[in-house]
Structure formats: C-alpha cells, structure tokens
Write a protein that binds this ligand. Structure first.
Ligand SMILES: [Ca+2]
Ligand SMILES: [Ca+2]
Ligand SMILES: [Ca+2]
Ligand SMILES: [Ca+2]
Length: 545
C-alpha cells in the first residue's frame, strides 16, 4: 500500500469508487482453481499487511505476518499443525500508522519496518526456532524514524521511502547483522519498493509512474542507469524479475484504472520494450498489489481477487494456472483483500489478507486416470466418478511411501485433484490404487516432482505412462488407456479368487456401490465377470519396480 502522502488521494479515489464505480465482478464470484487451503490464521488485530517467509537450516518453514499490533511468526511446516511460534509487538502499539509493516530476512534474522514514527528497523533472531523468536532490538540510528518498505539481497538491506531518504538507502549487514552500517543511497525520487538482482535495483516510483533502474555494484555510490514510464496513468507499486533476468514485472497500484501487472523486456536497458499486461481470469476490477517470481511463475497478491499464480514462461501470453480468493465477498476496485504472497520450497504459499490474516495454500497435483470397467468407448466417458488413492514413492528400493492423497476422478475430464502436503522436490513413482483395479505405477525411472510448480500426470494418454506399460487400451478414438479392472480382492492379480467373488456376489443379486460391480451399473452380473475373466485369461497382474 502507498504511504501517508497518498492517503488523501486514496480517500478521494474511494469516494469516486463509492459513488460511480462499484461495479463489475461484484456479484459474479468465481470458484477457486487448482489451489486449496491448508490454514487460515486470524488471531491478531486487523488490518494485516505484508507476509514473508523464512526457511530454517533444518528445513522448517515459517511465515512472517504483519499485523496491526505487531509481527506474527507462524510455523507452517506441518500442514495439519500450522501455529504461531512467536510474536513481536509494534514499537508503538495502537498508533494509527501501524496500518502496514513489511519485513525481510537475512541469515537467521528478520528485519521489520513500518511507517510508525521512530519504528526504525526491528531486528529479530530466528535461530531459536521452532521454540521461540528473540527480539534483539529496535535499530534506530540518528536521523532515522520510519520506513515504507524493505528489500534484501545478500548481506544488504535496502530501505525504501524512509524518513532518512525518500528513495533507497543501503544498510550493510556484513560485519554484524545486528548492527547495520549505512552505505550509499539514491534519493532523486520517492521509491515505494524495489527489487535487487545482482546489484541492480529495480525501483518503483509510485507517484511519478516510473520504474528506475539503479546500479548498486558500489554500495557507497548508487547511480541511475535508466528510468521509464510504466505506460500512461501508471503507479508502480513493486517489481520482480524473471529467473533469466530478461523480463521485469511491474504492478500498478495507483494511477488510472485498470491496475494491471505489466511485463517489460529488459534484455537491452537502452531499449526497454513493453511485452504484455495481465489481469486475473474474468476479473477487470480488482487492483494488483505485490508480485513475486518463482521459476516460470509469477505469484501475485491481487487485493480483492486474492492469490493468483501465473505461468509466465511465455511473457507475451501470461497463463493463469491457479488462484485462491482470500476475499470472497467481491472483486471490487479496493484496497481490501490480499496484500502479500510468498512461496516456500515445500510449495506452500503464505498470503496475507488485510482483514482476515494469514492464509497458507498449496496447488493441487492433478492426475488423470481411467478405470477400465467404468469407461464407455462410445460416449468417451466413465459411467460414474470414483475415488482413487495416489501415493508418491521413492524411486529406489524399497520405494518408501513419502506422501499419499485420495481424490475423486471426474467421469468426463478423468482428472483428480490430489493434495500432497509432505513430499519435497525429488524423483518419485506415482502409485494409483482403486477399489477393484490393478494397482498402477507411473513410468520407469520415476517422475520429477517439484512442489513449487503446477504438477500433473496423465496416465490415460499412452501405455508408456504406466510402469511396464501395464494398462488396458479402452478406446482408439480418442486413444485412452485405463487401469485394469477386476482385482476385487486387492491381491495384485486378476485371478480365480476375483472371479469367484464376483460370481458369488452376482448369485446373491448384490447391488449398489459394491466392489464386485466393475462396470458401475450398480448390479453385479455376468458382464462384470466377463471383464475379470478376460483379464485373468491374459494373466493380468500388477507390474511394479
Ligand atoms: Ca474476491
Ligand atoms: Ca471413443
Ligand atoms: Ca485378485
Ligand atoms: Ca455391473
């Protein structure tokens, strides 16, 4: 959010919105896509502000949440036990300028700033986690009072929009992270936020609609390289750089609507060119706030439309792949909703919502599969939806189970949304189990899983997708492969035991959702037995590493 100087501007905007443009998207709420909630923590005083993350040397992950009354440290490592482990009180509790605070980490320290007078930089030692956090001190050198935002790169803090300088000022942590030493600054224009990549600062001049690129190789002497206008009517709020450093993402929080994410080609700083602008799927009203990049993804805090995940591998055509709306009441043009976002190595995403606090969400792993007996090659669909359990197993013997999740497979899309909350990045086999199918494993040598990406695996498109090509061809148009049906006693083979079970069940006129009904018509009879008989004649059994 922008600082005090823009409050009046904001208030006027608010009046304008209130009278004229409470419109669009306010009634048509869109369902969340490809993201699920692990936890919402709303135990402090709103409004909440920024969120950041800290991954400890032992791999445990902590969200750091800005609250009106202070800063909350939340252990998000265990999906079913997300809980606060520490809290650092505001330097001036109750002061109206606690409306926002921002924080970054370096080594095992967190650095917290706000626009409260004399708030300085709060320094917190995180090395005692998961037990506790230790508040070291308020760093308040002569001439310093408050700060709008803080950035970090290597052992340097970059404070933006501070009372000590309206632009950016560098503090050096090399000698002692608990005693920052002031180095150079660049104060030609107000800087709201900045991103530093390889000693280059990409700064957002929110009030003049510009982005300034500053050379910070010499920390004692920062020099402007170039600046450009983020298209007419802009108000750049923050920036992010793609991993190949070819593109700059800029978020427009103020200026002229619509307030979009813009992508620029910065390969040649002498010829920066506009590539594309992006808004959430089906929403034109909500305001973009903060953007972070992770690999080929932009993760965006988008106020009233919540958390948005966009594949930017083609920056000319950003492709939104997942979202979670932390502010379901509307998608209006307001400063309510999602403020900040951060993605951890585990793929968990921490997000802050102005009014409802911390959200920890994750993207689904989408797996496509078909059950032989349920599939109809004429209608190209399954007769019913059904449940499958998927396991992630290590790719080397003894193929230890690392994670598991149950999901319903859709009868038309053949897709299920699985929740893997434990597995870290690695190579795994995906094992599928269904109540009356042969267990089916993914292709030989394993699948490269990265929880920080949108993951999916489609068993249906080719028998090469299954270990040992162990699937049934159930359709030629379109080509469709399925898990073999008939292992009703779940012993890994379709054999006489299954046939006898189905025969007995049919003899007793068993009906309903029962394991011996292979073709899903809710009765057990000869047609079910035929499926099992054919598979047993071919000696179908599980093929596993
Ligand atoms: Ca919304
Ligand atoms: Ca067909
Ligand atoms: Ca069997
Ligand atoms: Ca049947």
């Amino acid at each position: 959010m922008v600082n005090n100087k823009s409050l009046m501007k904001k208030f006027l905007s608010f009046l304008f919105f209130s009278f004229f443009v409470i419109s669009g998207n306010s009634t048509a709420q869109l369902a969340n896509k490809n993201m699920y909630l692990l936890s919402n923590q709303n135990t402090h005083v709103a409004p909440y502000s920024a969120v950041w993350g800290y991954t400890a040397p032992d791999g445990r992950e902590y969200a750091i949440l800005g609250c009106f009354d202070g800063t909350s440290f939340v252990d998000i490592t265990d999906a079913d036990n997300i809980h606060q482990v520490g809290f650092v009180l505001s330097t001036s509790p109750g002061n109206g300028n606690n409306l926002w605070r921002e924080m970054k980490t370096y080594s095992h320290y967190a650095y917290i700033v706000s626009e409260v007078a004399n708030s300085g930089i709060q320094i917190v030692d995180l090395q005692y986690l998961p037990d506790s956090v230790h508040y070291i001190k308020k760093f308040l050198p002569a001439g310093y009072s408050s700060t709008h935002s803080i950035s970090q790169s290597g052992p340097y803090l970059y404070v933006n929009g501070a009372s000590i300088g309206q632009g950016v000022t560098v503090y050096d942590l090399t000698a002692d992270p608990e005693t920052p030493i002031k180095r150079g600054a660049y104060n030609n224009d107000y800087i709201h936020d900045c991103r530093i990549v390889n000693d280059t600062i990409y700064s957002a001049n929110v009030y003049i609609g510009k982005v300034s690129i500053i050379n910070a190789v010499n920390k004692n002497s920062l020099n402007l390289v170039t600046s450009f206008t983020n298209l007419p009517g802009a108000g750049p709020h923050n920036t992010a750089v793609t991993s190949d450093r070819k593109y700059l993402l800029v978020t427009d929080e103020i200026g002229t609507a619509p307030y979009r994410l813009k992508i620029w080609n910065i390969e040649d700083l002498g010829n920066i060119t506009f590539v594309s602008a992006w808004q959430p799927t089906g929403i034109t009203t909500s305001i973009v706030h903060n953007v972070e990049t992770y690999g080929n993804y932009a993760l965006i805090a988008h106020y009233s439309s919540g958390i948005r995940l966009v594949d930017i591998s083609n920056p000319a055509a950003p492709n939104e792949v997942a979202w979670y709306d932390t502010y379901p009441s509307d998608n209006n043009q307001s400063y309510e909703g999602c403020w900040g976002v951060y993605m951890f190595p585990s793929g968990k995403i921490a997000a802050s919502d102005r009014s409802t606090g911390l959200y920890v969400v994750k993207t689904f792993f989408n797996i496509n599969t078909v059950m032989e007996g349920l599939y109809n090659s004429g209608s190209n669909r399954m007769i019913m939806r059904d449940t499958v359990r998927a396991y992630l197993r290590e790719s080397v013997a003894p193929y230890t189970i690392i994670d598991s999740s149950k999901s319903v497979i859709d009868s038309v899309s053949f897709s299920g949304s699985f929740k893997f909350n434990r597995a870290i990045a690695g190579t795994y086999y995906i094992e599928l189990k269904h109540r009356n199918c042969i267990e089916t494993w993914s292709k030989a040598s394993g699948y490269s899983y990265d929880p920080m990406k949108m993951m999916s695996y489609d068993f249906t498109v080719s028998d090469l997708q299954a270990y040992g090509n162990n699937m049934a061809l159930v359709d030629n148009s379109p080509v469709k492969y399925a898990m073999y049906s008939g292992d009703v006693n779940n012993d890994g083979a379709i054999e006489l035991g299954d046939i006898i079970a189905i025969y007995t069940s049919a003899y007793n006129f068993t009906s309903g959702y029962v394991v011996c009904d292979l073709n899903g018509d809710n009765i057990v009879n000869l047609s079910d037995n035929l499926i099992a008989y054919n598979n047993s004649s071919s000696f179908v059994s599980s093929v596993i590493p």
